[in-house]
Ligand binder design. Structure first.
Ligand code: TRH
Length: 394
């Protein structure tokens, strides 16, 4: 099958992050010819090495990438068998006209944003007739239930994750390559008694990807005053103001700053596949938006989600729906503390005390996160569901 996937980068990296991941998977696992139209190739180039931000057309990872510039007229462009309009991005009128003439007509989907809310199930695959033309597109809702469109998950993802996690040398090399040195090993060997540190004083490694977040300096403060060393790895461009507020200065890429018991390490913005490795290697992940939020769940580690803030607090029911669904799979003693932490990180409640309450439970949470990941993987993945549904419509 030939696919056309259209993506407009509204802001941030999630729109193109999702479209790129879907495109790569359809090409690699199903052998489909995928043409990805994106209006901002530069943001794709930041998350995948070897992509030329200025090229009008190029091929990478088996995907035909096209710059969807205003000047692209779409005359003579033949639509594929399947057309994906990501996140309601409005595909070009001329392209839609050509879709009408094509036989069979392409299967046309609007790929929607992910939500854990219940209404997703009844809206998934609902038809949306074109206002002028005899063409129908269908809403495609990713989600956490079998009745939804599922979540993006590559066929070999868990194998890759587990192979990485089984290889201690690979993990150590990964940290080293990203400027995270083993401070506690040094500290133990230098200590006069020469004794290894007690277990509860072990270092905690955290990755942090978040929106501008007033809770961040307070959490940094709590960590810096805690008993155990926290290493917080923050990608380039993330939480600049918050780090400045806390330290009184920024941290340059490739550098780290130790403040009492908190070490902040600034890494470059990683390629998408390396970002997965960060999520796997860390003990705890802070993620945001849509794609990193899903990847943290496949990483099977405890995590906190910074939801994309929407006008009129429209994101609040979405956050509550996920917290309820996720919490239901964790033990009763844990779920209230996890909910408190999610809420505090999203602006409601005190982050320092929320962290203090959950920290002793991190082992239980790690076990719960692993169960959650396994349970979710029992659902079919989004690319497979989508491909199957498209085939039925052709
Ligand atoms: O960048 P985001 O905030 O994107 C958001 C969401 O999609 C949101 O729902 C949408 O409305 C808004 O954009 C417009 O967060 P998200 O979804 O996690 O996307 C980040 C992408 O960047 C994801 O594919 C992972 C990738 N990434 C890297 O490749 N390297 C990195 O170092 C980091 C931190 C992320």
């Amino acid at each position: 099958m030939r696919w056309d996937i259209f993506c407009k980068v509204v802001d941030n990296f999630g729109d193109i992050g999702v479209c790129w991941r879907l495109s790569r998977q359809l090409a690699a696992e199903r052998g489909f010819a995928v043409r990805l139209w994106v209006d901002n190739v530069a943001s794709l180039a930041r998350m995948w090495p070897g992509i030329d931000p200025d090229a009008a057309a190029q091929s990478c990872a088996g995907v035909d990438i096209r710059h969807w510039a205003d000047s692209v007229g779409f005359e003579g462009v033949l639509p594929g068998d399947v057309v994906i309009e990501a996140f309601g991005c409005d595909i070009p009128a001329l392209f839609v006209d050509t879709m009408l003439k094509r036989r069979p007509q392409p299967a046309w989907f609007n790929l929607e944003y992910l939500s854990a809310e219940n209404w997703i199930d009844s809206h998934h695959l609902l038809p949306s007739p074109h206002p002028r033309l005899p063409l129908v597109k269908h809403f495609y809702y990713p989600g956490f239930t079998r009745r939804s469109g599922g979540l993006l998950r590559e066929a070999r993802l868990f194998d890759a994750r587990d192979a990485f996690l089984d290889d201690r040398d690979a993990i150590a090399a990964w940290w080293q390559a990203h400027g995270v040195t083993d401070m506690l090993a040094n500290a133990a060997s230098e200590s006069p008694a020469g004794k290894p540190r007690r277990r509860q004083h072990r270092e905690l490694r955290v990755s942090m990807f978040a929106y501008a977040n007033p809770a961040a300096p307070a959490l940094f403060d709590a960590w810096s005053q805690g008993k155990r060393l926290v290493t917080c790895v923050v990608p380039e461009g993330v939480l600049n103001d918050e780090i400045n507020t806390f330290l009184g200065a920024g941290v340059a890429v490739g550098r780290s700053v130790l403040h009492r018991n908190l070490r902040i390490v600034r890494v470059r913005f990683l390629p998408q596949s390396e970002y997965d490795q960060l999520l796997w290697a860390a003990d705890f992940n802070f993620v945001r938006g849509e794609d990193s939020f899903v990847r943290a769940q496949w990483a099977a580690r405890p995590f906190v989600w910074n939801i994309y803030p929407q006008a009129g607090n429209a994101h609040e029911p979405k956050l509550a729906a996920f917290v309820a669904r996720y919490g239901a799979s964790l033990g009763p003693g844990l779920r209230q503390h996890v909910a408190r932490l999610f809420n505090a990180w999203n602006g409601s409640g005190d982050i320092g005390s929320a962290w203090a309450a959950v920290e002793p439970l991190l082992r239980d949470w790690a076990a719960g996160a692993s169960d959650w990941s396994t349970k979710l993987a029992g659902q079919r993945d989004l690319a497979s569901e989508l491909a199957e549904d498209a085939e039925k419509r052709l």
